[in-house]
Write a protein that binds this ligand. Structure first.
Ligand code: GLA
Length: 578
């Protein structure tokens, strides 16, 4: 009797490669194509034009958000009490303006017109009413949705509803909008095969028929043959930003809305997408279902605007990767917000209220690379938690991204946890200082009602209050040059040296002991003045302000300090020139 023994490869990596190779061979999969697909998924081919500018968030936005502490336990009274506390406690005077409602404000169903509506029980007066009351306190209201079919708490969200939701927010008077990434559906990279297009006037039966093969082709777009189609020809090769089909001479006799019917060659058990660009400016989305119908030819209809005379219609799919998809989806919402606030102002004759647009896709698709073209700020990491390890990890990641931040467009290392959890006094100060050094948005996440005494006056002795209203620290964050600090050194004892150039050729320097033991930190001002990106003038003497001690001293060069674990020293330095 012969026993055949199967040899199981135990080596994990080699084993996997061998096994994967065998499976691929068995199933006729080309490994090179798989590798190419994986690489493509992490490639950005889409470019959004210019910077996202809407005249707001020229310094990092400051405010409060309901998520970090209250989660789903929110209602209109709580939000209003928070707004009142912001106004009365002195937070407003310190620069905090936005009162942001995070997830869980929505009803689980849209209204009969398809518009989002607030939870009918917990926000019975509606968001517009709340915004008006918050505005009456001299503050602004913010709201939240997701770039998905649902929010992270599985409530209705804005993907595919961008225009109607932006209109709703503009009408409500919203001035800050956080756009999350839960339940996102990436745009398919495949494009349909095009047989023809038909342009029809509403209420008319006859239209202009233009065969695809007569269009202009760019890139990999090409004419292919299929005898089952009427003309035997169609255009393919439009997938993954590969090419475009353009009809340059679509002539109509008057301005107006027309029906564009795209005739397809049905193929493929996968979803497809095409962007239709009319006259190089108006973009329309077209999603196509996976297909196994009986008929060979399919059709998709949208309403487009055409001008009297000659028009161009371009059909292509600009999405080659998941990153492209995220960029396009986030950029689209930003454009809708701008359009909606402008149109609402024009319609009502009121001054426009631009909406600060906060992109929250957790850094998954490297938003620092494209965020400045899409919105005012972009989360760079996963969610912050109210403990030290989380704050440190987020700092370590975000501090490297300094070159992407600037006025109007900021890296967002997430909302503050100052005053939440069991953070020590040193940790709270360090967290706040690091965020200010990184020119981060300062969105408080604690219960700011505790900043008021029972008689309604500010509790100026409250330790957390003192931290988050420190004027000198806030001035560093809000400096108009909008430069995010650079880390220039980490010592063996784990002390980081951070520098942030400020207005009037001043400089902020932060010594940060991120280690678990007390340590000494020091720097030489002269050495700093020789760094290319620092414009603090060379001088015989410098005036140095120790921000947390609120003390001013002079120095000719060296500054040093003993730092307990998890603590910072922050200095503001200027040259004494006379
Ligand atoms: C995500 C975001 C958080 C918060 C929650 C709400 O996790 O990153 O900041 O908005 O969703 O559900």
């Amino acid at each position: 009797m012969s026993i055949k023994r199967k040899l199981k490869v135990a080596l994990p990596v080699a084993g996997l490669t061998v096994a994967a190779g065998a499976i691929m061979k068995q199933q006729n999969i080309c490994p090179l194509c798989v590798a190419k697909r994986v690489l493509n998924a992490t490639r950005i081919t889409y470019k959004n034009e210019g910077r996202f500018e809407n005249g707001v968030a020229l310094t990092p936005p400051m405010g409060w958000s309901s998520w970090n502490l209250f989660r789903h336990r929110i209602n209109e009274d709580l939000i209003y009490e928070i707004a009142e506390a912001m106004a009365k406690s002195g937070l407003k005077d310190a620069g905090y303006t936005y009162v942001n409602i995070d997830d869980c404000w929505q009803s689980s169903s849209r209204d009969k017109n398809g518009r989002l509506q607030a939870d009918l029980a917990t926000f019975p007066s509606g968001i517009k009413n709340l915004a008006e009351r918050v505005n009456a306190l001299g503050l602004k209201l913010g709201i939240y949705s997701s770039n998905g079919t649902l929010t992270c708490e599985d409530l209705p969200a804005s993907l595919y509803n961008e225009a109607i939701d932006a209109d709703t927010f503009a009408e409500w008077g919203i001035e800050y909008f956080k756009y999350d990434f839960c339940h996102n559906k990436p745009i398919p990279t495949s494009a349909p095969d095009i047989d023809k297009i038909i342009i029809t006037k509403p209420n008319e039966k006859e239209g202009i028929v233009i065969e695809a093969e007569t269009g202009r082709l760019t890139g990999k777009a090409r004419v292919a043959e299929d005898s089952k189609l009427e003309t035997g020809k169609y255009v393919t090769g439009l997938s993954a930003n590969g090419g475009a089909l353009i009809f340059d001479e679509v002539e109509v006799d008057e301005d107006g809305e027309y029906i564009l019917t795209i005739g397809l060659r049905k193929a493929g058990l996968y979803q497809k997408y095409a962007e239709i660009v009319v006259n190089e400016k108006d973009c329309y989305d077209a999603y196509f279902p996976s297909t196994k119908g009986f008929t060979h030819e399919g059709r998709h209809q949208i309403t487009i605007k055409l001008n009297k005379g000659v028009n161009s219609i371009k059909i292509h799919n600009p999405v080659a990767s998941r990153m492209d998809s995220a960029i396009i989806q986030y950029t689209k919402m930003g454009k809708e917000l701008k359009r909606a606030t402008k149109e609402y102002a024009e319609r009502t004759g009121q001054p426009e209220k631009p909406i600060v647009y906060s992109i929250c896709e957790w850094g998954v698709n490297r938003p620092w690379k494209w965020g400045a073209g899409a919105g005012n700020l972009w989360r760079t990491t996963m969610d912050i938690k109210a403990f030290w390890a989380s704050i440190l990890a987020i700092y370590e990641f975000n501090v490297r991204l300094y070159k992407y931040a600037g006025p109007g467009n900021w890296n967002d290392p997430d909302m503050l946890e100052v005053g939440n959890g069991n953070l020590t006094d040193d940790e709270n100060k360090a967290h706040f200082s690091l965020w200010c050094m990184m020119a981060a948005p300062l969105i408080l996440g604690n219960d700011i009602r505790t900043f008021l005494k029972p008689d309604g006056t500010p509790d100026t002795e409250n330790k957390i209050y003192k931290i988050v209203t420190n004027k000198d620290m806030i001035a560093i964050d809000q400096d108009r040059r909008g430069i995010q600090c650079r880390r220039i050194r980490t010592t063996l004892s784990l002390v980081d040296v951070l520098v942030k150039p400020l207005e009037n050729k001043e400089l902020a320097v932060c010594l940060f002991n991120k280690g678990e033991m007390a340590a000494k930190g020091e720097f030489s001002i002269r050495e700093l003045t020789s760094l290319g990106f620092i414009d603090l003038p060379k001088a015989a003497v410098y005036e140095v302000k120790d921000i947390w001690e609120n003390e001013i001293f002079t120095s000719q060069d060296k500054v040093s300090a003993e730092l307990p674990k998890h603590s910072v020293k922050v200095y503001r330095i200027k040259a004494i020139t006379d």
